[in-house]
Design a protein around this ligand. Structure first.
Ligand code: DX5
Ligand code: ZN
Length: 226
């Protein structure tokens, strides 16, 4: 995997659910690398979103990698169901998971890619003992639970620290960011070392449409692969 190539992961949380298939197909045509699916349980985060049936429907309309961002209290309990529905990878939170290593190993045993997520207040150092076991790190650049939030700029030095850790401990591990990513903040996170950008409202809520919005984001970072 080439970490110099910046990838776009549209988050369907901001999509028009009545036209979900159509919008995902547009994102695919516009060069999306994967589809980011936010799973929320109203407990781990104060919001509800979607479950495995949505993944099953998406699987029928796209060949893109489907990435699950598990914002739920007991991710282990739902893994099999999401795998059966067609999920390709799981991003599990460091926060509140006393058995993170076990969760990571379970995802791997299911033959899927796995990443660990850290919230804005969680230090980069929390990744030290788990980094060698994962394919991805996701640094939250907003507090999880909602789309359309403002990017938290104090996460930038942490992204740099995580990039340094990855280069030292686990080269090839992807560094993804999620929350408040748009044409203004995308260059900042790429400069700090991120190579996968999740974007919801900057892709699905723009009046110009999905294809033009993705083009604009790509132009903002200059070196996104298509
Ligand atoms: C927030 C979610 C994000 C969200 C990002 O908890 O994890 O994936 O969809 O939305 P925007 O890009 O609008 O900040
Ligand atoms: Zn997310």
């Amino acid at each position: 995997m080439d970490n110099k190539i910046v990838k776009l992961a549209p988050s369907i949380l901001a999509a028009d659910f009545a036209r979900l298939g159509e919008q995902v197909m547009q994102a695919e045509r516009a060069g999306a690398d994967r589809i980011h699916v936010d799973i929320m349980d109203g407990h781990f985060v104060p919001n509800l979103s979607m479950g495995a049936p949505i993944v099953q429907s998406l699987r029928r309309v796209t060949g893109l990698h489907l990435e699950m961002h598990m914002m739920i209290s007991d991710p282990d309990f739902f893994l099999d169901e999401f795998v059966e529905a067609g999920s390709d990878s799981f991003l599990v939170h460091w926060e509140g998971n006393n058995n993170l290593h076990r969760t990571v190993q379970r995802v791997k045993a299911l033959g899927k890619r796995v990443g660990v997520v850290i919230n804005p207040a969680t230090p980069a150092a929390a990744l030290e003992e788990i980094l060698q076991d994962v394919d991805q790190v996701l640094v939250m650049t907003v507090n999880p639970g909602f789309g359309h939030q403002h990017f938290i700029h104090t996460t930038l030095p942490k992204i740099r620290r995580v990039r340094q850790m990855i280069d030292e401990i686990r080269p090839g591990c992807e560094l993804e960011v999620d929350g408040g990513i748009d044409a203004t903040t995308a260059p900042l996170v790429v400069d700090a070392g991120a190579n996968v950008l999740v974007a919801g409202s900057a892709i699905f809520s723009e009046s110009e449409g999905v294809i033009a919005a993705m083009k604009r984001l790509r132009a903002a970072v200059g070196k996104i692969d298509t």
